[in-house]
Design a binder for this molecule. Structure first.
Ligand code: ADP
Ligand code: MG
Length: 348
């Protein structure tokens, strides 16, 4: 099932929770919406599921309009499964019964239900736990029950609203792997919502960065990381330093820039920039110089991250420190000779 949104808006009183959101999610994609708390992620999901009528714009599922002018199909006619942060399991029913429940209410035969439940529990690796009650399961296992129930309904589209937010870090990474496996096994179009950029990068085929009711950029994780279209996206994805620079020259997608005493050649998508601009430097763009090239920088402070150090270095003529990674210890005050490997001049 594909999902299309065209200029979808939704307000609560004076507040625009969705501000003309347009998105295109291809069939079978694991699509992540990433944004800070309150930016409208849940409202977006609820609008797609049919739990929230929209004020304007159009939503299509598999090419069919489900919301638009004078149209609002109820959730049960949209064939999308929703997994919320709270698992919404029946406490008095065991795992198998929880998964079977929507099938039974849909009037399927006993044997068809049993076969389907067995299959779905196998997919989420819960077969040995089929007789347990939700209270006898860990948070991650309960989440898997909710996933299995979603699968059992035959949802070709699964919407997940921060399903891992309540789990401890160890369980989260296990669940990330399970979600990825679940997606491969089911092939269901998945819309996954999170405020955690690490989670988004790990899971997504495509990530949409959302901010204050709007989508800022939708791209694959690597493009978002390497080629963010704005300071906001750059700041939200990965670690970086934004450096004010002077663009001296642009040619063939590259720019010669100056900041402090440094002149460097970096990537530049916008061939019209000149003069003051913003350079995005990822930690890996700064490296120890080989030979006699490079420029001098002073170590300001370091943070050990297990196997490597994050190092903030100061350059003459630059007001903020730059962040880099070293695989050896460095002491504050130490002089380093550095090179700039790449960088990305943000489009104006
Ligand atoms: P997110 O999921 O990104 O944290 P939400 O979509 O839940 O954000 O909320 C977006 C904004 O809309 C918030 O400012 C929130 O307070 C407001 N909002 C959401 N639902 C309602 C509602 N039912 N009534 C009033 N305001 C709401
Ligand atoms: Mg939310």
């Amino acid at each position: 099932m594909s999902i299309q949104l065209a200029s979808v808006s939704k307000s609560f009183d004076a507040h625009k929770a969705l501000n003309s959101v347009s998105l295109s999610i291809e069939d079978g994609t694991f699509f992540v919406v990433l944004g800070p708390s309150g930016c409208g992620k849940s409202t977006l999901l609820r609008a797609i599921a049919g739990l929230e009528p929209v004020d304007a714009g159009e939503i299509k599922l598999s090419g069919q309009a489900v919301a638009g002018k004078g149209l609002h199909l109820p959730p049960e006619q949209r064939q999308v499964g929703v997994v919320f942060q709270s698992y919404a399991l029946w406490p008095h029913m065991n795992v198998a019964a929880n998964v079977a429940f929507p099938l039974e209410t849909a009037g399927e035969t006993r044997s068809a239900v049993a076969a389907r439940v067995a299959e779905c529990l196998e997919t989420v690796a819960l077969t040995p736990f089929r007789q347990r009650k939700p209270a006898e399961l860990s948070g991650g296992q309960r989440q898997r029950v909710a996933l299995a129930r979603c699968l059992a309904q035959g949802a070709r589209t699964v919407l997940m609203d921060e399903p891992l937010a309540n789990l401890d870090p160890h369980l989260r990474s296990t669940m990330e792997e399970e979600l990825a496996a679940f997606h491969r096994a089911s092939g269901a179009t998945t819309l996954f919502i999170t405020h955690d950029q690490r989670e988004a990068m790990a899971l997504a085929d495509k990530v949409a960065v959302m901010w204050d009711g709007s989508i800022l950029q939708a791209d694959d994780p690597d493009t978002l990381y390497r080629r963010p279209n704005s300071k906001k996206v750059a700041g939200f994805i990965g670690r970086s330093t934004l450096v004010p620079v002077d663009v001296l020259r642009v040619e063939n997608g590259e720019a010669q820039v100056r900041f402090g005493n440094v002149i460097a050649v970096v990537d530049c998508p916008d061939q019209t920039v000149s003069g003051p601009a913003t350079l995005l430097l990822r930690p890996e763009h700064l490296v120890l110089a080989t030979g006699t090239s490079g420029f001098e920088a002073t170590v300001e402070r370091t943070i050990y991250r297990g196997g490597y150090w994050e190092v903030f270095v100061r350059l003459e003529g630059l007001s903020q420190p730059l962040l880099m990674v070293l695989h050896r210890k460095a002491e504050p005050g130490e002089l380093l000779q550095l090179d700039i490997l790449r960088g990305w001049v943000l489009p104006e």
